[in-house]
Ligand binder design. Structure first.
Ligand code: FAD
Length: 253
C-alpha cells in the first residue's frame, strides 16, 4: 500500500501524486501498477515512475474521460491510501540504450514521466554529451515540471536542450519558433511533423545523425508510430536486443 503525501495540479485533469510507498530498487524508466478498490474490485493500471529509486514516489497522471481508474486517482488527496505494487516493471530504461553521443527524449503528455526519472537521476548527463528533451502537449499549461526542467538545464550548462511542441496555442500566441528566457524552444504542432520538416532539429540546435544519437519515445502511440516513420526515413533503425539500433519506444495505450 501507499499513502498520498503530496499533490500538484498542473492543469484541469493533469496532476502529480507524491506517494509514500516501499518499492524494491528500480531503474528510471520503469513503471508500477497503482490501484484503487472500485465497486468491490481492485482496479490496477500501469504508471511510469517520474522519480528515481530512493526519492519519494512521484507519478504524473492524466484523466482519461470515461476511464475507470484515472478519474478515481484524480479524486485522491493528501492522506488517502492506494494500492502500489512493490515491484516496478519494464525495459524502457537506459540499461538498454547502446553507447551514443546524444540522447533524444520525445514525449507526449504524461509520457514525460520516465524521462523525468532519468533526468532526475543525473545518469543521462554522465553517459551522453547532450540530451534533447521534446515535450508535445496540447496547451502550455500541460508542460508539467517546466520549472524543474529549466533548473536542470541551467545546472547542466547547454547540455540539456528543451523543446515544447504545443498543438493548440503556440502559433496563436506568436511564441512558435522562439526560445524563452528559461531556454525552452517553442514550436507549434505535433512532434512528428516538427521532426519531419527539420524544425525540431533547428530548435534543438542539433542534428539527428544515426551515428551519434539514440532516441527514446514515450506516450501517445500515434506519436510513436508517426515519429518511427520519420526516423526510419532518416536512416535510424529500431533498437533490438540482437541488433543494435537507434530508437526505442514505450506506448501508454
Ligand atoms: C507502461 C505504461 C506506463 C503508463 N504510464 C502512465 C503515466 O505515467 N501516466 C498516465 O496518466 N498514464 C499512464 N499509462 C496509462 C495508464 O496505465 C492507464 O491506461 C490510464 O490511466 C487510463 O486508465 P483508466 O482506467 O482511467 O482507463 P480505462 O478504463 O483503462 O480505459 C480508457 C481507454 O483509454 C485508453 N488510454 C489510456 N491512457 C490514455 C491517455 N493518456 N489518453 C487517451 N487514452 C488513453 C486506454 O487504452 C483505454 O482504451 C501507462 C500505461 C502503460 C502501458
Amino acid at each position: 500500500m501507499g499513502r498520498v503525501v503530496g499533490r500538484r495540479d498542473w492543469a484541469d485533469g493533469l496532476f502529480s501524486l507524491s506517494v509514500a510507498a516501499e518499492l524494491e530498487p528500480y531503474r528510471p524508466g520503469q513503471f508500477v501498477n497503482l490501484g484503487l478498490e472500485l465497486d468491490g474490485e481492485l482496479v490496477r493500471r500501469a504508471y511510469s515512475l517520474a522519480s528515481p529509486h530512493g526519492a519519494v514516489v512521484d507519478v504524473l497522471v492524466t484523466v482519461v474521460p470515461g476511464g475507470r481508474l484515472s478519474p478515481a486517482l484524480a479524486r485522491l488527496s493528501v492522506g488517502d491510501e492506494l494500492f502500489v505494487e512493490p515491484v516496478a516493471q519494464g525495459f524502457f530504461t537506459l540499461d538498454y540504450v547502446p553507447p551514443a553521443a546524444e540522447l533524444w527524449l520525445l514525449a507526449t503528455g504524461t509520457g514525460l514521466a520516465p524521462f523525468l526519472a532519468m533526468l532526475r537521476s543525473g545518469e543521462p548527463f554522465r553517459r551522453f554529451e547532450r540530451v534533447v528533451l521534446v515535450h508535445g502537449v496540447r496547451e502550455r499549461a500541460h508542460l508539467a515540471y517546466a520549472d524543474e526542467l529549466a533548473a536542470l538545464g541551467r545546472s547542466h550548462a547547454g547540455r540539456l536542450r528543451r523543446v515544447a511542441c504545443v498543438t493548440r496555442q503556440a502559433v496563436a500566441e506568436g511564441v512558435a519558433g522562439a526560445t524563452d528566457s528559461d531556454g525552452l524552444a517553442w514550436l507549434g504542432g505535433r512532434v512528428p511533423a516538427a521532426l519531419a520538416d527539420g524544425r525540431l532539429e533547428r530548435a534543438a540546435g542539433a542534428a539527428l545523425e544515426p551515428a551519434r544519437v539514440h532516441v527514446l519515445m514515450c506516450g501517445n502511440p500515434a506519436m510513436v508510430d508517426a515519429a518511427t516513420t520519420v526516423l526510419e526515413a532518416r536512416g535510424l533503425r529500431r533498437h533490438r536486443q540482437r541488433a543494435s539500433g537507434h530508437f526505442a519506444a514505450e506506448r501508454f495505450w
